[in-house]
Design a protein around this ligand. Sequence first.
Ligand code: ADP
Ligand code: ADP
Length: 218
Amino acid sequence: SDVIELTGVWRTYPGGVTAVRSVDLTVAYGELVAIVGPSGSGKSTMLHLIGTLDRPSQGSVRIDGYDVATLSDRQLSALRARRIGFVFQQFHLAPGRDAVANVADGLLYAGVARKEREWRAEAALVRVGLGDRLTHRPHQLSGGERQRVAIARAVAGDPAVLLADEPTGNLDSVSGAGVVELLRELNSAGTTVLVITHDHAIADGLPRQVPMRDGEVV
Ligand code: ADP
Ligand code: ADP
């Protein structure tokens, strides 16, 4: 079955720019997919639609079986907190908090109790290869390690899909390759992963590419 199902989706912004036009896209549970296209092709808008941070102007978006149009903003927040993991180019870690706390904090809105947040955070950090960095704060970690903490935070709640927006954009090529390899490993272990990138070198190594241009899947 499909974790992402976009049917006839359009998104026109108030100023009149149509950023996504007539897109059909399905992603099955268990896939590893890259949406790839140049700047301005509509990738961020797609990420916002799939991440339920935005609603389509036309067409239907179903995520993890839920039709976004039938859910209130409050229900969408709950869906995001429990079923979608986000990773960004900027790692968005809290500077004063150690790795465990940064990951555990990500489970607050999913309503997970404190003790369980902590052991889940530690388990997630072990999964991403940071079992020996649990009490390091972000400034004590390399760029690649920071992004691994962010990935641990995104998968700690066992989301239906991990959305990674230019996850290597702030990393040197070696750290970036390590992050892509980690995403592959998480996918092999069962996590559905959607990567958004302008970088063909990253997309080319992945099993499925969805190329975008001028708001359309081409
Ligand atoms: P990408 O992520 O591939 O660079 P975007 O989805 O950010 O593409 O942008 C697609 C198009 O939509 C661009 O022409 C951009 O200028 C426009 N756009 C993006 N966000 C907004 C917005 N909030 N308001 C108006 N236009 C926007
Ligand atoms: P790189 O240059 O490969 O990004 P660094 O030289 O910054 O890595 O760090 C090497 C290792 O030392 C990293 O794995 C990081 O976790 C650790 N480290 C870096 N700074 C500190 C620090 N201030 N305290 C503790 N560990 C640190």
